[in-house]
Design a protein around this ligand. Structure first.
Ligand code: NAG
Ligand code: NAG
Length: 386
């Protein structure tokens, strides 16, 4: 009896070890797809490696003028335009103005490649609107693949989403955290400038931004620093606290943005007035939890319409893990932390003040008429947006 029991136990152990080895192998494969986000039912999204290959090939074909081998010295500028047919503004002509002003003010000192992503069905419309600009040798218009446009599983259905932001707006945030940096790295760039179609550089930058970053050791730059509303950062400080605790990371600057100025200040302040329209029962629950109504993280973020960063830094293990953690919780989607809340935390957790560069060029965001951008760029003096 004893013999058989031991024999069985041994067999079971061997079997367990075998299963563990197989599971590890599978986990390794899943790790790749997990970094892309999850599909609705909780399975990892299919790895869009083939599609990434297809998109990079399409991009290389279009960028005839620039050999991608020296992309490491070129800045990648990425635009994402999903909502082309808006009644209140002509997006293709705004985008055309944005790129035209880049040509005037940025390209003379910083070699750049421009990547514009839109739906396949909209490419023709966009190309027509861009006219000559779409044919420039450093501009590529690329199809947005559906695989890169999937809500994280933990974001559930729309009844879990807070505030009015559209699905596309939230997906943009996840796309910028997930697909975009992967694509740009695959194209051989080391730096990425994230831009909106209504982001305008009004006066000459006068610097090679890639060389500037290399020489000064900058890892991140932005034009606008502002506090975000409470509702769109809800839960982010709590996740940061989990991350710092589990990864044993002492943040470089975060505590200065918190009250008190230490780990006990890393929380979301329960300010009922600023929480937006949440059900009364939810508010009661939050109050019963005894959440603090003062202090906490002061919600300073970097606006996503003009942000540049180093890809080597982005893909460094701790930074990358933090990004994936934010995506995986669904919080970046349901609360619309989007990329700007997440990038703000990367800045405050990982960067020393001297590794951040506040852009100094004249800049305007969110004009509704392209002509206004040309006029402001041509005007002798510019009132800076604060
Ligand atoms: C991709 O998504 C678009 C927009 O939702 C849809 O019209 C199209 O049919 C999808 N394509 C595929 C291949 O699933
Ligand atoms: C948040 O903290 C930072 C760093 O101390 C400070 O510069 C900024 O003014 C604060 N913002 C607000 C809205 O309190």
């Amino acid at each position: 009896m004893t013999f058989w029991r031991e024999h069985l136990a041994l067999t079971a152990r061997a079997l367990f070890a075998l299963v563990a080895v197989i599971a590890l192998g599978v986990a390794d494969v899943e790790h790749v797809s997990a970094s892309w986000g999850f599909v609705g039912a909780g399975e990892p999204a299919p790895v869009p490696e083939s599609w990434l290959r297809e998109t990079t090939q399409t991009a290389r074909r279009q960028l005839r003028g620039a050999g991608t081998e020296d992309n490491s010295r070129r800045l990648a500028i990425v635009y994402l335009v999903t909502d082309l047919q808006r009644v209140d503004r002509d997006r293709p002509s705004l985008l055309r103005a944005s790129i035209t002003l880049n040509k005037q003010n940025l390209f003379p000192t910083t070699p750049c490649s421009v990547y514009i992503f839109t739906w396949k069905q909209q490419i023709q419309l966009l190309t027509e609107g861009l006219a000559d600009v779409g044919r420039w040798s450093n501009v590529a218009v690329l199809p947005l693949a559906n695989e890169s446009w999937v809500a994280p599983a933990m974001a559930g259905s729309s009844d879990m989403w807070h505030e009015h932001h559209t699905m596309d707006y939230r997906l943009m945030g996840d796309w910028r955290l997930g697909f975009m940096p992967e694509f740009v790295r695959k194209m051989g760039h080391r730096y990425l400038l994230q831009f909106d179609d209504d982001s305008f550089i009004l006066k000459p930058v006068g610097l090679n931004l890639v060389q500037l970053f290399d020489n000064k050791g900058y890892l991140l730059a932005a034009k606008k620093i502002r506090p975000d509303p409470l509702i769109v950062t809800w839960g982010l400080p709590e996740l940061v606290r989990y991350y710092l605790t589990t990864h044993k990371v002492v943040p470089t600057q975060l505590f200065e943005f918190c009250e008190p100025n230490n780990i006990h200040g890393v929380y979301s302040t329960l300010d009922a007035e600023s929480l937006g329209a949440i059900p009364a029962a939810d508010l009661t629950a939050l109050q019963e939890l005894g959440l603090k109504q003062r202090g906490g993280w002061n919600r300073t973020i970097l606006h996503g319409n003009c942000v540049m960063y180093s890809l080597d830094w982005w893909f460094s293990p701790k930074v990358h893990r933090f990004v994936q953690l934010c995506r995986a919780t669904g919080g970046s989607f349901t609360y619309r932390w989007n990329e700007q809340g997440v990038i703000a935390m990367l800045w405050q957790i990982f960067l020393k003040p001297e590794q951040f560069y506040p852009f100094e060029f004249d800049y305007k965001h969110r004009l509704t008429k392209a002509q206004d951008a040309y006029d402001m760029a041509a005007a002798p003096s510019v009132v800076e947006e604060h």
